[in-house]
Design a binder for this molecule. Structure first.
Ligand code: HEC
Ligand SMILES: [Cu+2]
Length: 482
């Protein structure tokens, strides 16, 4: 405790003494600093947070937390032996009030293989409680600490080898609410980032063992929010309604990486940097969360839609799993965000340069002088399709009714190979009939070389239920020459 706090406490105690009778009758907002009563803490699993504390005095809080070693899903088809505080990763969210006396009971499940302990960054004391809480399987340890500093703190296991205990999932957050509480918000959520180091690469199926080598190299196969790929996405997304304020309690269990936490399409109105008690920035795009550290962000959801939570070290988001979702319900807010207003044809300046075609070759495009097999055309065509056609004709080739005609089982596409080639080379405009339905839109000219066109047409003419012959670059060249 620093001197200022000490003298302030002394002052409060003095005042409390002098106005003892008065204090008993009227309870002011900050209340007394005397420990009063006992209660069991409420613990929650991510992404949920226990309710705000309404007490105006410190109390004795009993925390019972059990370390468990469990097999759970890390990604679809991938399992991992997680070491946990409370059965899932991240560990239970603990919420106490500044000045509370926490009586901590750490239980180690009898089925555990390892001893575990807990180092709470909210503790002022050696090891953050680590030595006092060292607990063998089938044992319980008890220690107490006073939460003298408010803030959002990481806790983690600190049993040797520490790196391995953390890498296997042993971390969570404890919020020490300031005496006067935090400003009221509509929604609060718990999001914790961390990495997993598995023998197999991202997505390799089966129960994956821990890789010490990858952990030492700081080269994880997975970077995730709330313990697994997709834990915060799709049906597991966190939610809010338009107009609501949201507070995220963010933690980073590491063990190694720093998180550049960002919500795509949102701006943090307030950031309590590094999980301290002071708003030290407004209007922040990306907040840094150190390994073994935290951050609190608040924002208002002005516009409905799906907002993507990422580590903006962006390959982690799209290739290692660090992607979550906040779904905001509500009606359109055109004044703040219009949505797409127009889609027009843009032809640019025509054909790609020699240099660009060469560069594309280096990036995996096939050699134009080589004769390609059907398999090669199909494989390359798939990548061309996803970058050049999919946006309009859709991933399943079914198009969009009345706007983009289907390629799947399209009589127009399958009937006339030369016409299909010409469509891609020159674009298409004016009324056409596809499978009996009329379309009258504009397909822009596709700036692609002969191989790309041969490959993409081979692909679309042999996918989505279509089955016919291949298109060769020579055939494309012939149509171009006409
Ligand atoms: C910007 C949107 C857009 C893109 C990108 C696009 N198309 Fe089209 N495509 C259309 C529209 C619109 C039509 C219908 C044009 C009309 O009504 O005359 C069409 C028609 C077609 C047709 C004939 C109708 C049918 O369904 O069989 C084919 C074949 C076709 N596109 C293939 C492709 C291929 C292959 C690519 C990628 C190389 C591609 N398109 C990229 C919008 C697009
Ligand atoms: Cu441990």
């Amino acid at each position: 405790m620093n001197n200022m706090k000490r003298s302030r406490l002394a002052l409060v105690l003095f005042a409390a003494g002098v106005f003892l009778s008065f204090s008993f009758l009227s309870c002011d907002k900050t209340g007394s600093s005397e420990i009063e009563g006992v209660e069991d803490v409420i613990l929650t699993d991510a992404p949920y947070v226990p309710p705000p504390i309404t007490r105006t005095h410190p109390t004795k809080v009993i925390v019972n937390l059990e370390t468990q070693e469990v097999v759970k899903r890390l990604a679809d088809g991938v399992e991992y032996v997680f070491w946990t505080f409370g059965g899932s990763v991240p560990g239970k969210f603990i919420r106490v009030r500044e000045g509370d006396l926490i009586e901590f009971h750490l239980h180690n499940n009898p089925s555990s293989k390892m001893p575990h302990n807990i180092d709470l960054h909210a503790v002022t004391g050696p090891g953050g409680g680590a030595a006092s809480s060292f607990t063998a399987p089938g044992h319980s340890s008890t220690f107490s600490f006073k939460a003298i500093n408010a803030g959002l703190y990481v806790y983690h296991c600190a049993t040797a080898p520490v790196g391995m205990h953390i890498a296997n999932g042993m971390y969570g957050l404890i919020l020490v609410e300031p005496k006067d509480g935090l400003p009221k918000v509509d929604k609060e959520y718990y999001v914790m980032q961390s990495e997993f180091y598995t023998e197999g690469n991202y997505g390799e199926p089966g129960i994956q063992p821990f890789s010490q080598a990858k952990a030492v190299d700081e080269n994880p196969s997975y970077v995730v929010f709330n313990g697994s790929v997709g834990a915060l996405a799709g049906d597991n997304a966190i939610t809010a309604s338009e107009g609501e304020t949201v507070r995220l309690y963010l933690g980073n269990g590491g063990p190694n990486l720093i998180s550049s936490f960002h919500v795509i399409g949102e701006i943090f109105d307030q950031v309590y940097g590094e999980g301290g008690t002071k708003v030290n920035q407004n209007n922040v795009q990306t907040t840094l969360i150190p390994a073994g550290g935290s951050s609190i962000v608040e924002f208002k959801c002005e516009v409905p839609g799906t907002f993507i939570l990422v580590d903006h070290s962006i390959f982690r988001a799209f290739n290692k799993g660090a992607l979550g979702m906040l779904k905001v319900s509500g009606g359109p807010q055109i004044e703040i965000y219009s949505g797409k207003q127009k889609d027009e044809v843009y032809l640019g300046n025509g054909n790609p340069s020699e240099a660009l075609l060469k560069a594309n070759l280096l990036n995996g495009a096939p050699d134009p002088n080589k004769k390609m097999s059907k398999e090669e055309l199909l494989a390359f065509g798939k990548t061309v399709f996803s970058s050049s056609c999919q946006a309009c004709h859709q991933a399943d080739g079914k198009g969009l009714s009345n706007v983009f005609p289907p390629l799947a089982q399209s009589d127009y596409l399958l009937k006339d190979k030369e016409r299909a080639i010409a469509t891609v080379i020159k674009g298409l405009q004016g009324e056409i009939t596809v499978n009996g339905k009329k379309f009258n839109g504009v397909m822009p000219q596709q700036v692609l070389d002969n191989i790309q066109i041969a490959a993409v047409l081979t692909y679309v003419r042999n996918s989505f239920g279509n089955k016919t012959d291949i298109v060769t670059p020579q055939e494309v060249e012939k149509v171009r020459g006409k």
